[in-house]
Structures are given as C-alpha cells and as structure tokens.
Design a protein around this ligand. Structure first.
Ligand SMILES: [Zn+2]
Length: 133
C-alpha cells in the first residue's frame, strides 16, 4: 500500500537525488516498481508520482502513526538492505565470472573446476570488497 512514512535512515532519491534525513516524511509505494526496478520513494510527491507511485489520498491520522508504520518501516529498511546486498553480490559475481573467463578461456563452463575457480574468485572479491568499504 502506498504511504507516507518517516524515513528510518538517511538516504536520497534515485531519480532526483533529493536527500532526506532519518525521521523526515517520504512517499513510498512498495507495491509498484519504477523504471529502475525500485519501489517509488521520494521526499517530493511530484517526483514520487513521476516514478509511478500510487496516489496517497490521506495522511495517517495523528496519534495512530506508531501503530500503522511499525511494520512498513522495518520492511522498507529490510527491502533496501537486501536489494543493496543483492546488487553488490551480482556485481562481484559477474566480475568473478569475467575474471575466470579471462584467465581460463578454454575451461568448460559446466565443469566443477570452472565452478570452483569462479567461487574462489567470488570469495576473493567479497573479501576485497569488505576491506575497501
Ligand atoms: Zn525524487
């Protein structure tokens, strides 16, 4: 359900790059995907709508906010974290894949050896990544 929620982490819009602080009200539609494959999220309603976010007809009645938003806020943070991790993993895996192809161009891609070398590269990339971030 599209809603206006209190941001629970400092972030920015992937479209207009407008930033928001933790606790600021942002628009969020978890049921829709914008053209970047994300749930439309922005601090400005105009941009949120431009991303395909559904209409939010009413603000939450004051006083009920805690009750209403406990779960969606956690969901938003969780969804965000999972997506970030997945994107990082995808990048690292595809680099490892490329590296293996580069170094062992004649190796059968279906072989266990190829898989083992690629997995070793994935582990290396992940460990390098965790050291540089
Ligand atoms: Zn925006």
């Amino acid at each position: 359900m599209a809603m206006r929620i209190s941001a629970n982490f400092h972030s920015k819009c992937i479209e207009c790059e407008e930033e928001w602080e933790k606790g600021e009200k942002i628009y969020w539609d978890p049921d829709t995907k914008n053209k970047k494959g994300k749930s439309p999220t922005c601090i400005t309603y105009h941009c949120y709508q431009a991303q395909g976010g559904a209409d939010i007809s009413e603000e939450s009645p004051s006083g009920k906010e805690d009750l209403t938003f406990v779960v969606p806020l956690e969901t938003a943070a969780f969804e965000y974290k999972v997506k970030t991790v997945e994107q990082i993993l995808d990048t690292l895996i595809s680099r490892a894949h490329k590296k293996t192809d580069e170094l062992y161009p004649n190796l059968d891609k279906k072989s266990n050896t190829y898989g083992m070398i690629r997995n070793a590269f994935i582990d290396h990339y992940i460990s390098i990544y965790t050291h540089v971030t």
